[in-house]
Design a protein around this ligand. Structure first.
Ligand code: FMN
Length: 181
């Protein structure tokens, strides 16, 4: 069962922070965004927009302004996921824009793994400094658009490896506290 190609991709995905320096193609990046837009989204609101960044000068600026995304310039490209608050729910469901965009991010990470590329989720929102940095570097002036994540994408060197996070002690059967095995 674990040999199923989808499961293999899920279990081999890892945060890639070391890149060979060869940039992905425009077609690859567009396909990644297409995978992102295929994510589940509450009431099909699709509260997202995406910026594909391939300009080396802008990648360098993102690298300088985002200390937690220092790998961006070397990756050769990045995909920025923006939440669109004009398309968000009203009332108590308003925060669904974050969960919907997170599902899109995970789809992009899995698609990158399946395509032999490497990627890493680096956070912008809710850190105000990171959000401002992305806004300024990429010209996101509209207040309803919130930079949620910067995803550097490139060719992995192979040094980054998946972590085994399976922990059956965190899983319960039918009732909280009742162990699986
Ligand atoms: C919401 C979120 C924010 C993250 N922000 C960063 C970040 O700013 N920089 C970074 O290098 N990794 C970031 N990561 C990646 C995590 O560090 C990584 O997923 C975690 O260490 C588990 O490793 P793995 O992705 O290889 O399984 C973030 C992950 C998530 C889900």
């Amino acid at each position: 069962m674990q040999d199923h190609p989808t499961l293999k991709t899920i279990f081999s995905r890892k945060s890639v922070r070391r890149y060979s320096g060869t940039a992905p193609t425009r077609e690859q990046l567009t396909l990644l965004v297409k995978a992102g837009m295929a994510a589940p989204t509450a009431v099909n609101k699709q509260p997202w927009e995406f910026i594909i960044v391939t300009d080396p000068a802008k990648l360098e600026l993102l690298t300088q302004r985002l200390p937690h995304a220092k790998m961006t310039a070397k990756a050769g490209s990045a995909i920025i996921v923006l939440g669109d608050k004009l398309r968000q729910h009203k009332g108590p469901d308003a925060d669904f824009w974050i969960t919907d965009c997170s599902a899109a991010i995970q789809n992009i990470l899995l698609a990158a793994e399946a395509m032999g590329l490497g990627a890493v989720w680096t956070a912008a929102y809710p850190d105000p400094e990171r959000v401002t940095a992305v806004r300024e570097v990429l010209g996101v002036t509209a207040e309803h658009l919130i930079p949620l994540a910067v995803i550097p994408v490139g060719h992995p060197t192979g040094e980054d490896q998946p972590k085994d996070k399976w922990d059956p002690s965190r899983v319960f059967l039918n009732e909280y506290g009742k162990k699986l095995e």
